[in-house]
Design a protein. Structure first.
Length: 205
């Protein structure tokens, strides 16, 4: 019976990931960009890859210390896996260490692919998730849960919000960003806006 349940969970997780890919692979995902910073298509691609892979992990069970879809994830294991898979970056293992590796940004500056941090264990930056736009983030919540989408506007998360950090465009992301053609700011912003509509329609109802 236990083996049968395990197989069912594995199939369900795989179907969830496949659904994300089917819905999103036609166009890269990114969401709405801040109007104050120029973007290139390379940066759009990097954010798209991170968001797509995060959504592809929806439904994977939470496992303390887990860092792969096969074994399950904890919060930092999910972030480490997604960024490693999407960009080749080798991030630290603990949420507090990941926080130190990123650039501090304001809540109004957040873009898809940034990281959001919370105080959930009476310790600063003890929980981390991946921001996907519209005040939503993907994370591995706690024991008994699965990777899922949450809203920063929910009181629990709003009260525990510790800040946001940006890893994309840091030196660790250089392999993915290198050699991509640049776009004008208006072109990049228009593309991000259109892709954000797909995200909101498909996942954020």
């Amino acid at each position: 019976m236990r083996k049968s349940c395990g197989s069912f969970i594995a199939i369900a997780c795989a179907q969830t990931r496949n659904l994300a890919v089917i819905l999103l692979c036609a166009l890269p995902l990114a969401g709405r960009a801040a109007e104050t910073s120029p973007l290139s298509y390379s940066q759009v691609d990097a954010r798209s890859e991170v968001v797509l892979r995060a959504l592809g992990m929806l439904g994977v069970p939470y496992v303390y210390g887990g860092d792969s879809p096969e074994t399950g994830f904890d919060c930092s294991g999910l972030v480490r896996h997604v960024f490693g898979d999407a960009t080749g970056a080798n991030l630290p293992r603990r949420a507090q260490e990941i926080e130190s590796a990123g650039a501090d940004i304001g809540r109004s500056e957040m873009q898809p692919g940034d990281l959001v941090f919370f105080n959930t264990q009476r310790s600063p930056f003890s929980h981390v998730g991946i921001y996907i736009g519209d005040q939503r983030f993907v994370h591995a919540p706690n024991s008994g849960g699965v990777v899922r989408i949450e809203s920063l506007e929910v009181d629990y998360w709003n009260r525990r919000f510790d800040g946001a950090r940006r890893l994309l465009a840091q030196a660790a992301m250089a392999p993915l960003l290198a050699g991509r053609p640049a776009a004008s700011e208006s072109e990049a912003l228009a593309l991000l806006e259109f892709q954000g509509d797909i995200l909101r329609t498909s996942f954020l109802r």
